[in-house]
Ligand binder design. Structure first.
Ligand code: NAD
Length: 493
């Protein structure tokens, strides 16, 4: 029986249990065994975290010079680079994502802190060309206050960085709520934060359930900004909660991202891009390219090649070097995938590879790379976000037809186009209604490239130069430059 490890939350620079003493048990997706416990924060703990963030905001962080704030961001980046292997290991046990990817990602996330550190002293105000001769009007960007960051279980280091780094750079303080499905990675990250010596209360990391913890945080009176990443149903709760404190909200939600392969595409490139897009991270990526449209002339040939490639993907333990796909994160996800596949085959969908729970281990949540041909894209696996390695494939003839089909889904996060015709690439990318379009590539991120969706995939952009402004408010200042006293308001003329 492996030893169960106990982790504490990080509030006001201290390591604490929840005030109720309650704990959440967390499972290792590789073997379905409890490997750690974390505190289950309640309203009282949330209040303590928010009060400490508010105190740090008022008395310290918001009045520090941006360059001094930037120094701490750089120290966080250094810590991430030095501890990428350790964090990667923890994230792999926590989420089931393969170690090769979690380790590399933890290292790369440092770039986000460096990028926003560089921007900290470059956000300028304006002088307004005002229509009143004796007045000068300026605008300045000021910090918002306490930011609540709600993080899902997947890619937590990245999804924390795109919120935390710009928020800190602009002088805000932050309370981060980790997901109850994989809460340990961020608590280990808190240990690195502590090592930077950043003032107490500037960053607080808590663990708890959606309710009461997430609810109490997003509706807390002192919270002024909510940055949420997660599913669309949870997002509706978040928006309702924000009615309590009238805070500014950004939402990064799910996707059912369409990818098209035209008959003139470089097939080897398309095969690699599509495989990375849907089978990378076992399909548990918000930008997973899960709806594939193949032009009829190459349909059979291309699909056969894709199936051959998918069948070769090595499913296995996430720590093993040669594993290409690890387990899913939870049993609930596995069951939801099975339910959608059954409903699809009942309506005529044809499983071409995978489709059934894998026997890699009878304990872990393993599901193989799966390809399902669908007569139309209204079948469940082609319409719903599954957050798993399930690719739905449809045939099309004409460019205008496929554009309509690609846009016929409630989500609008990402999309992909494979063609060697430059003009067509431009036409299709302009017509797709999505926040991100990849042309002849897929699944790339950068601190410099804005990320985020439209339609039911949410609003607000993370990463990129503009995103830093989402953590500021504009203050307008009027200066009277006249030597004469102001006229009496009650005397006309
Ligand atoms: P989820 O919506 O179930 O949970 C996300 C977070 O919200 C968790 O921390 C949870 O505790 C919290 N939460 C739940 N109920 C709450 C409430 N009432 N008030 C406040 N907080 C509450 O999502 P998940 O299953 O952890 O993650 C998967 C989803 O996230 C998928 O839909 C995926 O597409 C999406 N996602 C989006 C992006 C993006 O950038 N667009 C990135 C990664 C994941």
């Amino acid at each position: 029986m492996p030893k169960i490890q106990n982790f504490k939350m990080y509030i006001n620079g201290e390591w604490v249990e929840s005030s109720s003493g309650k704990k959440i048990q967390t499972l290792n997706p590789e073997n379905n065994e409890v490997w750690a416990t974390v505190p289950e924060a309640n309203e009282k703990d949330v209040d303590k975290a928010v009060q400490s963030a508010q105190n740090a905001f008022e008395n310290n962080w918001s009045i520090l010079h941006p360059r001094d704030r930037a120094k701490y961001l750089k120290l966080i980046a250094d810590q991430l680079r030095e501890n990428a292997e350790h964090l990667g290991k923890i994230e792999t046990i926590d989420t089931g994502k393969i170690y090769r990817e979690t380790k590399t990602q933890a290292h790369y996330i440092a770039e986000y802190y460096d990028y926003f550190a560089g921007l900290a002293d470059k956000v300028e105000g304006t002088v307004v060309p005002i229509d009143k001769p004796d007045m000068q009007v300026t605008t300045t960007r000021i910090p918002i206050g306490v930011v609540a960051a709600i993080i899902p279980w997947n890619s937590q280091m990245l999804l924390t960085a795109v919120k935390l780094a710009p928020a800190l750079a602009m002088g805000n303080t932050v309370v981060i709520k980790a997901s109850e499905l994989a809460p340990v990675t961020l608590l280990e990250f808190a240990k690195l934060i502590e090592k930077t010596g950043i003032p107490k209360g500037v960053i607080n990391i808590i663990t708890g359930l959606g309710e009461p913890c997430g609810k109490a945080l997003t509706s807390h009176d002192l919270v002024e900004r909510i940055a949420f990443t997660g599913g669309p149903e949870t997002a509706k709760h978040i928006v309702k909660n924000s009615a309590e404190n009238l805070s500014q909200v950004s939402l990064e939600l799910g996707g059912k991202s369409p990818v098209v392969v035209f008959d003139d595409a470089d097939q080897e490139n398309a095969l690699n891009g599509i495989t990375a897009g849907i089978f990378g991270a076992s399909g548990q990526s918000c930008i997973a390219g899960s709806r594939l449209y193949i032009q009829s002339k190459i349909y059979d040939e291309f699909l056969d090649k894709l199936i051959t490639k998918a069948k070769k993907i090595k499913l296995g333990g996430p720590m093993e070097e040669d594993t290409q796909m690890g387990p899913l994160n939870s049993f609930k996800q596995l069951e939801n995938i099975e339910k959608n596949i059954k409903a699809t085959t009942d309506q005529g969908g044809k499983i071409r590879c995978g489709g059934e729970r894998s026997s890699v281990s009878n304990k872990g949540y393993y599901f193989p790379a799966t390809i399902i041909e669908c007569e139309n894209h209204n079948l469940p696996v082609a319409e719903n976000e599954l957050f798993g390695p399930i690719l739905s494939v449809m045939k099309f003839d004409k460019e205008e037809e496929v554009i309509k089909k690609m846009n016929d889904n409630k989500y609008g996060l990402s999309s992909g186009v494979y063609t060697s015709n430059f003009a067509r690439g431009i036409r299709v990318s302009k017509a797709i209604r999505a926040g991100i379009v990849f042309i002849n590539t897929y699944r790339l991120i950068s601190p410099m490239a804005p990320f985020g969706g439209i339609k039911d995939s949410g609003y607000g952009k993370e990463a990129g130069i503009e995103s830093i402004k989402e953590y500021t408010r504009i203050k307008t200042t009027w200066y009277n430059s006249s030597d004469k006293p102001m006229s009496d308001p009650f005397t006309m003329g």
